[in-house]
Design a protein around this ligand. Sequence first.
Ligand SMILES: Nc1ncnc2c1ncn2[C@@H]1O[C@H](COP(=O)(O)OP(=O)(O)OP(=O)(O)O)[C@@H](O)[C@H]1O
Ligand SMILES: [Mg+2]
Length: 148
Amino acid sequence: MIKKIVLCTDLSDNSKQAFSIAKDIASKYEAQIILVAVVTDLAETALFSVIEQPNLISEDVQKKILEEVKKDLDKLANEIGYKKVTPLVLEGSESVHAAIVNYAKNNNIDLIVMSSNGRAGLRRLILGSVSEKVLRESRIPVLIVPCE
Ligand SMILES: Nc1ncnc2c1ncn2[C@@H]1O[C@H](COP(=O)(O)OP(=O)(O)OP(=O)(O)O)[C@@H](O)[C@H]1O
Ligand SMILES: [Mg+2]
């Protein structure tokens, strides 16, 4: 029985390609979708890629970045158009794939759904590095949706 699904997004259009399958599966089982975005390196996040040393980002700016991510994630959660979606920003110092795998392990997640590619979107790569590492390291079933 599938009760809880982690759907991963880096807020990119590519990541949205996994949304409809996640919604189909969730609907069938009346499962909850937790829409997860991991923020580790704040310097790489969103508009602030010009800042080279993340530890120089003031707390105020960090707060602003997280607020923006939360806002974008809420919007995406609405776009899914499913009644049981919980947006969740995971912050931390671990790598993105480890944050996803550990969250799933510690929260009774039944299935991880993600797109094969994300923000970087290099199509010559069959799998992006995050999706590849989640697939390698997760002991929970992973569904990877190939990016068009
Ligand atoms: N920060 C993140 N938070 C949540 N999910 C993510 C994050 N980064 C990637 N993902 C998930 O992994 C999928 C594939 O992205 P991935 O980062 O592996 O590929 P990429 O960005 O194209 O290449 P790269 O390996 O250069 O990052 C995304 O569509 C998304 O589902
Ligand atoms: Mg990426």
